[in-house]
Structure formats: C-alpha cells, structure tokens
Design a protein around this ligand. Sequence first.
Ligand code: FE
Ligand code: FE
Ligand code: ZN
Length: 305
Amino acid sequence: MKVGCHLSSAGGYLAMAQTAESIGANVFQFFTRNPRGGAAKPIDRNDVAAFLDYAAEKGIGPILAHAPYTLNAAGAEPRVREFAEEVMIDDLKRLELTPGAMYNFHPGSHVGQGAEEGIRLISNHLQRVVRRVLGDLSSEHRSIGASEHLSTVVLLETMAGKGSECGRSFEEIRAIIDQTESAFRRSTFNPQPSTFSLGVCLDTCHIWDGGYDIVNDLDGVLEEFDRVVGLGRLKAIHLNDSMNVLGAHKDRHEKIGKGKIGLEAFRRIVNHPKLRDLPFYLETPCDLQGYKEEIALCKSLRGNS
Ligand code: FE
Ligand code: FE
Ligand code: ZN
C-alpha cells in the first residue's frame, strides 16, 4: 500500500524521506515553499542526489509537491494571476530535478467573475505555464527539449466549493482539462497535449464537503468520476476525514475515523479496487506521532478486508 502524509520541507528532500521512513510512510507530500507564497529556498543538488538514492533504496515515492494554497490562477487582478504563473513555473522547473514527482494545485477561486470565467483563466494559466517551463528547460539546461515530455504530472485538486472555488464538481475539473488540452491541440506551437500529463488529485474531505456521498455510495461516486473525468486521470488521493456534513462546502479536515466520513467509509476507500493502487496522502490535523499512528491505522484497514 502506498500511504504517507504531508511533511515539513524545512530540512530538505533527504530529511523528508527519512522522516517518512521513520513513521512507516512510503510516499509523502510537501509544500514547495511557504504555503502563503514567497520565495522558495534554492535547490541543494547534493540533497536532491542523496534523496534520489535513498528513495530508490527504500522504495519511497511518488512524492507529491503541493503548490502554495494562496496561488490563484483565476484571480481577477492580472498581478494575482502573474504571481500564480511565476510560482508554478519556478516550482515545475525545480521538480524536474526529481523525476516522476507529481505537482498538486488548487485550481483557483473566481472571486465573483463566475465559474466559467474562472475555468477559462485556469486553462490559460496552465497553457502559459507549461509552455514556459518546457521552453525554459530546453534553453537553460538542454536537459529537456521543447518537444519532450514534462516528467512531473500536474494534478488539479478536487475542491469543497468553499467561497468561489473552481473545481467544486467533477464537471468543472473536466472543463479545465478539456479547455487546456484542446487549446494545445489547436496550437501550432509546442507543447502538444502529449508533452505533459494533466491528472486529478481526489481529496476525500473536499468531495464529501462538495456533496459527493462517498459514505453511502462510493461506487456511484467513482462511476460518476469515471464518466465525467475518467479514472485514468486519477493519480492521487488526499485521505482526510471531514468535520462537516455532506455538501457543507466548508473544507475542514479531521483525523481519519474521527469525522463525519467515519472509519468504515475509509475501510472501503483504501480497499476499493479502483483506488487501492493509488498513493494515499494524509492531510489530517496530526503531529508526526499522530501521522505514524494514522498510517498504521490505514494499513490495518487495508488488512481487514
Ligand atoms: Fe490542497
Ligand atoms: Fe487536499
Ligand atoms: Zn482541504
């Protein structure tokens, strides 16, 4: 079972992998920089090299980088959108140093412009970001050609629909993917859709708060996801219980089994044939010891079915 949790990136990559190993995790998530934005620390190539060796030896990965949650690709002000672009370009370029990583981001909030406009802005954002990353990497390092593939899989996170969040339904996620990929297909420039992978990270707390009843009808929700988005797009699960009732559109994470989703639903989630091979990342309100216990709990749920 691939299971782990969100870890502090303060000590670097190797330290995160060692911490993961010490709490029984074989995957982990981290913020690429201060979650409120700001500059990222310079990459320490020795740390990256040591991490890659250690991760290969211990079987750790895929790692999931989480964009700062203050990024808003759908913001109304150009400078808000430009900041989102700069941060994501920088993050994705750095992540090419750890091949096979995934990069998760909150699609954005339309702040009153309407979901349709929000989705259009997010799609534009993705197009510009991917173009710049592939172009810059090919000219700066010659490590990747503009026609080659971006190694990092970019994930749209399913959102609870708090405020004006985009990505509150499977249909909105689908629309962002469609608009982005069809723009690339129409374009005579690189990248074509085949040069990067756009996937989805499903957050159990968010979709529950968003109104998808994963407690009473997990099969139905996954069938709906498959019909609207396609299960082939699903690359990661954020495993969180919720403090709120179904459809609350609030987004308050709770420890596994302590919230409104409940332990039996998580037993079905981690064992579901369509989910069980995906990596599970806990983002519950736990300290390291709490995560260690929760990871053991997830493994025991897996064992008991
Ligand atoms: Fe998130
Ligand atoms: Fe999440
Ligand atoms: Zn959340």
